[in-house]
Ligand binder design. Structure first.
Ligand code: KIV
Length: 262
């Protein structure tokens, strides 16, 4: 079973950490069978599962449901639940209560967005036994502050702040940090500045691990594809083909045939 200790030791062994998102039982089961190290129940479910424009609307109850059904499928991978917008920013008490609820339904840690302002929250969660994954760079819950899904850390001032934030998250006790949509050279600097693993998404090849949104890399979410996404399958096309075939067979009376009848 992949543990927090396993993930931290992988950086020391220069072994790449493989992470993908999942929101449901059947896909989580496949990811676990293949040996994905970390399964992130991302709040990207708001976008690619529920069709929202941002991650802001997804609720604790919805994230708890996704986390519960993912955790039910997983035997080996480390299941991390993403804390939704307003579930941890409002007070330490809210953060503790909501993070704890994720552990109650089977997550083994939580992810939350933000740098230095999140340090007290992260320390508190870790103090009471809840492992925390940080998230820096393009943090989608701050989409309106950034005025869009823009590359972060372009100026030296921004880059230095991200490196400082990463050091603060490490000293607060995070076991890893997601770096989203920052230049590859900056991700390399961050990765070399800290001893906990960095997990990149749109952050180039130098991170200690990589994460992608499952529906993006499978070609299942077709509204928009970020430049950093490599499509490893075209499941949208495959579903279209299968549904079209089923439709034609029902219309023509081909299905159900003898083989599929009693
Ligand atoms: O919600 C999510 O899927 C994420 C990943 C993009 C890291 O936070």
């Amino acid at each position: 079973m992949v543990t927090i200790e396993t993930i931290i030791s992988m950086k020391k062994k220069h072994e790449k950490i493989v992470c993908l998102t999942a929101y449901d039982y059947p896909t989580a089961k496949i990811l676990d069978e293949v040996g994905i190290d970390i399964i992130l129940v991302g709040d990207s479910a708001a976008n690619v599962f529920a069709g929202e424009k941002t991650t802001l609307p997804i609720t604790m109850e919805e994230m708890l449901y996704h986390t519960k059904i993912v955790a039910r499928a997983v035997e080996h991978a480390l299941v991390i639940a993403d804390m939704p917008f307003l579930s941890y920013q409002t007070s330490l008490a809210d953060a503790v209560y909501n993070a704890g609820r994720f552990l109650k339904v089977g997550a083994r840690g939580v992810k939350l967005e933000g740098g230095t302002p999140m340090v007290d929250t992260i320390k508190r969660l870790i103090d009471i036994g809840i492992p925390v994954m940080g998230h820096l760079g393009l943090t989608p819950q701050s989409i309106h502050k950034f005025s869009g899904y823009k590359l972060q850390g372009k100026t030296e001032e921004e880059a230095s702040r991200i490196i400082e934030d990463a050091k603060f998250l490490q000293s607060a006790g995070c076991f890893s940090i997601v770096l989203e949509k920052i230049p590859a050279a900056l991700a390399k600097r961050v990765t070399e500045s800290i001893s906990i693993p960095t997990i990149g998404i749109g952050a180039g090849p130098h991170c200690d691990g990589q994460v992608l949104v499952l529906h993006d890399m499978l070609g299942l979410f077709e509204d928009f594809t970020p430049k950093f996404v490599k499509k490893y399958a075209r499941l949208g096309d495959e579903i279209r083909r299968a549904v079209q075939c089923y439709k034609e067979e029902v219309k023509k009376g081909i299905y159900p045939d003898k083989e599929h009848s009693f």
